[in-house]
Design a protein around this ligand. Structure first.
Ligand code: M6R
Length: 365
């Protein structure tokens, strides 16, 4: 079943070009149409006035990324909340805000209960982004988009995450289109970007030997800090979660602009700092944040793209993806942080597919 791979996690990381191709197949065939999200979506999507995303863990980070896309591409207000928090608070509910749950398993109890609670508060419509057909959460939702990642066995979510991301991107563009904000020309451009995505992800996978070469330096440390800004901040969060989950190294993520407001005090030569730094509008800001780290002796491990114009220097190590892929860049940059966590865990000899204390599907509170 594992083929040439040592673990399900490694296999699932490498399955991402295929998982993404399968998930976007219908979009490439028919464009960004409301029907992708269920028969009722053509009536629902044009009328909604906001989006409320509810999820846990890695799925929550997919939601955080989606907020950037939904607000900028669709021009619709979007808020994202951890399901286990939302379900126990007196939340404000606008009936016209679409509830979007994100869950690989479709069985996560907190996400399910948050969905029921949202409905009890009066939210009219709920969309489930899910990887397991006919599981509890899609069954309780009137709109559904199934990611087509295939079975995910490793406890650490990888291909489910990137397929969730691409589905949420499709939701953002579709919403923008039905609201007249995305033009036909822009739609064609987004389709072209989607078409190139599996190839760009494959290029990122090809970086594995370079990433493996970094793993010993992380495996020898007790902590790591992950930094990103904008669309890449949630990818920093995901990188930190992957590392702690399977290598048991304490890792935190911050939006790089927050460094001065506290976490910079942690930085010294014992704190490796991973930076997600592709060539986007915030790159110059990220570069100055990196100087702040370097000035305190922190060693930098930078995931950049060819257009970021970084090179290795003292205490600064750089791995580059071949080209900048625009708004889909967070999907491509998920790959190196997954591979880093995997190889650090291998070096430390942990049980990669079944990390201690964790279950694949969290059906209890
Ligand atoms: O099945 P779900 O997507 O609802 O699961 C949510 C989280 O339990 C899950 O993403 C968890 O954080 C992963 N183990 C992270 O790799």
């Amino acid at each position: 079943e594992l083929g040439p791979y040592s673990h399900f996690m490694q296999k699932e990381i490498h399955e991402q070009p295929k998982a993404l191709s399968d998930t976007i197949e219908a979009i490439l065939d028919d464009g960004f149409s409301a029907e992708l999200f269920g028969a009722a979506a053509a009536n629902v999507l044009p009328t909604l006035s906001g989006v409320k995303i509810l999820a846990c863990g890695t799925s929550y980070y997919a939601g955080l990324t989606a907020k950037y896309w939904i607000e900028s591409i669709a021009g619709v207000v979007c808020d994202v909340e951890i399901a286990s928090e939302y379900r126990y608070r007196d939340a404000f509910a606008d009936p016209q805000h679409l509830v979007v749950t994100i869950s690989q398993s479709g069985e996560t109890l907190d996400t399910m209960e948050a969905l029921k609670y949202a409905k009890s508060l009066g939210h009219r419509h709920a969309l489930s982004i899910c990887n397991v057909r006919e599981s509890a959460i899609p069954r309780a939702s009137d709109l559904v988009f199934y990611t087509r990642a295939g079975a995910e066995i490793g406890v650490a979510s990888t291909k489910a995450f990137t397929t969730q991301l691409v589905s949420l991107f499709a939701l953002a563009v579709t919403l923008g289109k039905v609201r007249g904000r995305v033009t036909a020309e822009q739609e064609a451009q987004y389709l072209a970007e989607l078409r190139h995505l599996p190839g760009s992800v494959q290029h990122a996978l090809n970086l594995e030997p370079q990433i493996t070469a970094w793993s010993a330096q992380f495996a020898a440390k007790n902590d790591a800090l992950f930094l990103g800004r904008g669309l890449h901040y949630p990818i920093a969060l995901e990188g930190a979660l992957k590392l702690k989950e399977i290598s048991y190294i304490h890792a935190e993520a911050y939006p790089a602009g927050e460094l001065k407001h506290g976490p910079l005090a942690l930085v010294d030569e014992n704190m490796p700092v991973v930076v997600i730094a592709p060539n986007d509008a915030l790159l110059e800001k990220v570069k100055s944040n990196m100087q702040e780290v370097r000035a305190r002796g922190g060693e930098l491990f930078v995931f950049a793209d060819a257009d970021s114009h970084f090179s290795d220097s003292d205490g600064v190590h750089v791995i580059r993806t071949p080209r900048h892929v625009g708004v889909l860049s967070p999907i491509v940059h998920s790959i190196p942080v997954q591979l880093l966590a995997y190889h650090v865990a291998l070096t430390r000899g942990t049980d990669v597919d079944k990390p201690r204390n964790l279950a694949k599907s969290v059906t209890v509170e």
